[in-house]
Design a binder for this molecule. Structure first.
Ligand code: F6P
Length: 522
């Protein structure tokens, strides 16, 4: 791909800087609504399965135009087309980034640009064949009454995606099985699950893209030892591996393997065999609906004009807030308790993708990149940290996610929940200027409000794909490679050195603090 200009060296960036210094810095949401009757309509839009109200953000038509000019000058669309065309946009690892291919309907031909990875048609049909095999297996497990517990062992993307989605889609989940997720190498986690299950009725899914992650391998070995010690014999029936490295899984003794390719990043792997726990939970048709929802969002991102392209608009807003307003974090507030692991999922998606201080060529960048992403479901967050969001000294843009229809029939709850979401977004914006001292709310605190009609497989798929593409956009504007994660390596290496020292007590060559703590922990 031809080099793209660095965002801060474009004319649009300079224009945005002038716009900001010339008054946009003091943008007031209340005045904007008073001045512009059609503001809600102008700054809201329906994308596939997701309605988004951006009107309570510190932008006006002029800001939006300048941001769209920035996207144009930075070649974001060209970059997007390169990803969808199969080019090696993960340059540091020389890999294409094709997770969207996993949700492509069987009958849709992908258009590859020149320079796409070789044998792409084979890769696409292999992905399709694996999807069908995995879904057939999921259905067989669902029909197998002897299996009552599914234990997914994996970490990072091999845990957060399936765990978040199984919780989110609880309403659609089979009641005939229990689902457990073990990620941490902390044995308390695995031990707590093993206390609840029996070898003859448990299926372990060993989920690891590399089949080399130490935490997962330690947990997998412990699970197998426990299984065998409890009289379990049939590894083929009670263990399955979800990995790109099927040879390593076979060496471990697992014969039931579902593979995927290295063009699927760990944090983008829910759509691959890594989604097996979810497929067992919601069945093949539910999983296909999830893929279809995500595919609809892919098509929206690929084809919608920039001014009505939701992932693009959200990614631009992220850059506006981070690099011009200087906001350092963004809080996610899903007003649906089933989305309680969504903030954790989005933390990996966004912070592992865009938490970088060098550009795609390895050159240090002079501007800020990924914000801290965090959050909790509403209304719980209201009674914990919302105080700081309303009256603290930092401005933290909020992201509300509300679901129109409840998935339960308890009277009164859902209107109360939705009223709270609306009220909080209103309070953040309006504040309480007439009160003084401790009761004064400054207001003018921005928020985005996303609405799903129902929390169901298709809408969840679309929501996740929306976030994936938005992270692509902000990473693209910042000139990053959003698809590597070298930042996790150093700690892994040091842990390898320290583990034997904990046994031997050898502190030679360690800094004073690590040595002192190591002695303390022995
Ligand atoms: O933390 C780094 C990372 O590579 C993540 O990107 C990934 O999701 C996680 O580890 C687990 O990796 P694997 O699926 O290979 O076990």
């Amino acid at each position: 791909m031809t080099p793209r200009p660095r965002c801060d060296q474009t004319a649009a960036w300079a224009a945005l800087r002038r716009h900001f210094d010339g008054g946009a810095r003091d943008f007031d949401l209340r005045q904007a609504f008073a001045a512009e009757a059609g503001r809600f309509e102008a700054f809201s839009q329906q994308a596939p399965h997701v309605f988004a109200d951006l009107s309570k953000n510190r932008i006006d038509a002029a800001t939006q135009e300048l941001l769209l000019a920035l996207a144009r000058e930075c070649g974001v669309e060209r970059h997007r087309d390169a990803m969808f065309g199969g080019e090696a946009v993960n340059g540091t690892e020389q890999r294409a980034v094709l997770h969207f291919l996993l949700r492509n309907p069987a009958d849709v031909q992908v258009q590859w640009s020149s320079g796409a990875i070789e044998n792409i048609a084979d890769e696409a049909s292999e992905a399709l064949a694996t999807r069908e095999a995995m879904l057939a297996y999921a259905e067989a497990v669902r029909a197998d009454d002897a299996i009552t517990d599914i234990v997914n062992i994996g970490i990072g993307g091999s845990d957060l995606g399936p765990q978040m989605a199984v919780l989110a889609l609880d309403e659609f989940t089979t009641r005939a099985k229990r689902f457990h997720f073990v990620s941490n190498v902390d044995g308390h986690e695995l031990a707590a699950v093993l206390r609840q299950v029996r070898p003859h009725s448990t299926l372990f899914l060993i989920a690891s893209k590399t089949f080399a992650t130490r935490e997962t391998m330690t947990n997998a070995h412990s699970a197998r030892r426990w299984f065998e010690a409890g009289g379990g014999q049939d590894i083929a029936r009670h263990f399955a591996a979800l990995t790109t490295h099927t040879a390593a899984a076979q060496a471990f003794g697992i014969t039931t393997c579902f593979g995927f390719r290295d063009w699927v990043g760990g944090r983008y792997s829910l759509w691959s065999a890594i989604g097996l726990a979810l497929a067992i939970a919601i069945g093949a048709s539910g999983f296909r609906a999830l893929l279809a929802g995500a595919h609809a969002m892919d098509e929206h991102f690929r084809t919608a004009p920039p001014a009505r392209n939701l992932p693009l608009r959200l990614g631009l807003l992220d850059v506006w807030y981070r690099n011009f307003h200087g906001f350092t974090s963004r809080s996610i507030a899903p007003y649906h308790s089933a989305l309680r692991r969504l903030p954790a999922y989005l933390q990996q998606l966004e912070m592992e993708s865009n938490g970088k201080r060098v550009d795609a060529q390895g050159r240090a960048l002079p501007y800020a990149t990924s914000p801290v992403v965090w959050g909790e479901p509403g209304t719980n967050g209201q009674h914990a940290f919302f105080q700081m969001l309303h009256q603290g000294s930092d401005v933290v843009p909020l992201e509300f996610i509300a679901v129109k229809q409840a998935g339960h029939e308890l009277p009164g709850h859902h209107p109360q929940l939705l009223a709270n979401a609306l009220a909080q977004a209103q309070a953040f914006m309006q504040g309480q200027a007439d009160a003084g001292g401790h009761r004064h709310f400054p207001g003018n605190r921005p928020s985005t409000f996303l609405v799903l009609d129902r929390l169901e497989p298709a809408s969840l798929g679309a929501l996740i794909a929306l976030y994936e593409h938005r992270v692509f956009v902000s990473g693209s504007l910042w000139g990053l490679n959003s698809f590597d994660q070298f930042g996790v390596e150093l700690g892994k290496l040091l842990a390898k050195d320290l583990e034997p020292r904990l046994a031997s007590g050898d502190v030679a060559g360690l800094d004073g603090s690590t040595a002192g703590l190591l002695r303390r922990l022995r």
